[in-house]
Design a protein around this ligand. Structure first.
Ligand code: 5GP
Ligand code: ZN
Length: 113
């Protein structure tokens, strides 16, 4: 089995509280939420981070955002929500599989800390 934990979730080898999935994308609740609503949206295929997006795989990013928009409506985040991706150690990336955090139901500061 691939050592990547999010590949494991996409393959249903590692359990997660799944909100949505199709053949390319899976969305699930974050294990350690930092907001009342905090879920992750990932491609099922392994892409390590934003730095690995290219002309061959960028179509999946559009699919990820289609799911984000749909789930934001479903989770009633119309008052505002934040979509974040951390890329690299300095930014705080801890899982090396592209993921977008979707955070809602609280106030967020700008600029971020
Ligand atoms: P990063 O730190 O890479 O931006 O975000 C990784 C996120 O994945 C963290 O918010 C962390 O709580 C979450 N996470 C790490 N391992 C697991 C897991 O096994 N299951 C779930 N659902 N979330 C995880
Ligand atoms: Zn992976």
């Amino acid at each position: 089995m691939c050592a990547c934990i999010f590949c494991g979730i996409g393959e249903k080898k590692i359990p997660a509280k799944i909100l949505y999935e199709n053949n390319q994308v899976i969305a699930f609740h974050d294990l350690n939420p930092v907001a009342p609503v905090h879920f992750l949206v990932i491609p099922k295929n392994h892409i390590a981070s934003v730095k690995d997006i290219n002309e061959n795989n960028s179509h999946i990013v559009a699919k990820l955002f289609e799911v984000i928009a749909e789930l934001a409506k479903k989770e009633k985040l119309e008052a505002g929500f934040r979509v974040t991706t951390n890329s690299g150690k300095l930014a705080g990336q801890t899982v090396d599989h592209l993921h977008f955090h979707v955070l809602g139901k609280r106030t967020f500061n700008w600029p971020p800390g």
